[in-house]
Design a binder for this molecule. Structure first.
Ligand code: URA
Length: 239
């Protein structure tokens, strides 16, 4: 005998069912039309897309920039523009400069693993960097460069409008929280940053490239990732 549940509100022809011999069990529980968390599509998606294009053009037209002069191309961002999670790194490395996408080299591989460890697929988040051109020999961007590009980064965050912002490494931290901060002190705590009068829940953690150099620090990074996962679960954030 085949038993199948039918919701009482389903319209069925009982006689027809009897004639074909199926046993149907009526279920009095209300129909759950939202079985899982549903991502409400952003009606302003087109608008968002246009704003991102405009920002990219603005960065593309930067003049007198040592980074731009030395880089082979602009590395803007990668991932889902509708994502509720946005990650900010430092700047493109050699591979990113070649491919025009952030976090595609060794640090990117580690980042993917870190995300996977807290059950997040890389393609479901949105990633960018503080500076969008590869610094020569992968040097850290200078303070003046961080200041210059942080204006674009703030605009970028405001357009994506994430529920959680993850700043990876001291350059991302300085670009958003200001200089004179120590990452070892700031990491792993939620902070509210304000951009265009909107609050963004933000956390600082170590950069994957730093973790590749100092694997003994991964334990701290793991603590931070668990804090992010907890927030996602507690706030029911759809990724
Ligand atoms: N490191 C970064 O900060 N960004 C990248 O895109 C790659 C490595």
């Amino acid at each position: 005998m085949i038993k199948k549940q039918i919701n009482q509100k389903d319209s069925i022809d009982i006689e027809l069912l009897n004639s074909i011999g199926y046993d149907y069990v009526f279920n009095n529980s209300p129909i759950n039309r939202f079985k899982n968390k549903i991502k409400i599509p952003d009606k302003l998606d087109k608008n968002k897309h246009e704003k991102l294009l405009r920002l990219k053009k603005e960065i593309d037209s930067i003049e007198d920039c040592k980074l731009k002069k030395n880089a082979s191309q602009l590395v803007f961002a990668d991932g889902d523009t509708q994502s509720t999670i946005m990650i900010v790194g430092e700047g493109p490395g050699q591979k990113e400069d070649e491919l025009g996408k952030p976090f595609v080299g060794d640090a990117g591989n580690l980042l993917n693993k870190m995300l996977k460890a807290i059950k997040i697929e890389r393609k479901k988040i949105y990633i960018t960097n503080v500076v969008n051109y590869r610094p020569p020999n992968n040097r850290k961007p200078e303070q003046s460069e961080i200041n210059r590009y942080s204006k674009y980064l703030r605009e970028h965050i405001s357009i994506i409008d994430p529920k959680i912002l993850i700043l990876m490494g001291s350059t991302a931290m300085e670009a958003i929280l200001g200089s004179n901060k120590r990452i070892s002190k700031e990491r792993g705590q939620w902070k509210e940053i304000i951009i265009k009068q909107k609050n963004y829940k933000t956390i600082v953690t170590f950069h994957p490239a730093y973790l590749l150099r100092k694997p003994d620090q991964k334990k701290f990074s793991w603590e931070d990732l668990k804090i992010v996962r907890k927030e996602i679960d507690e706030q029911n954030i759809v990724i």
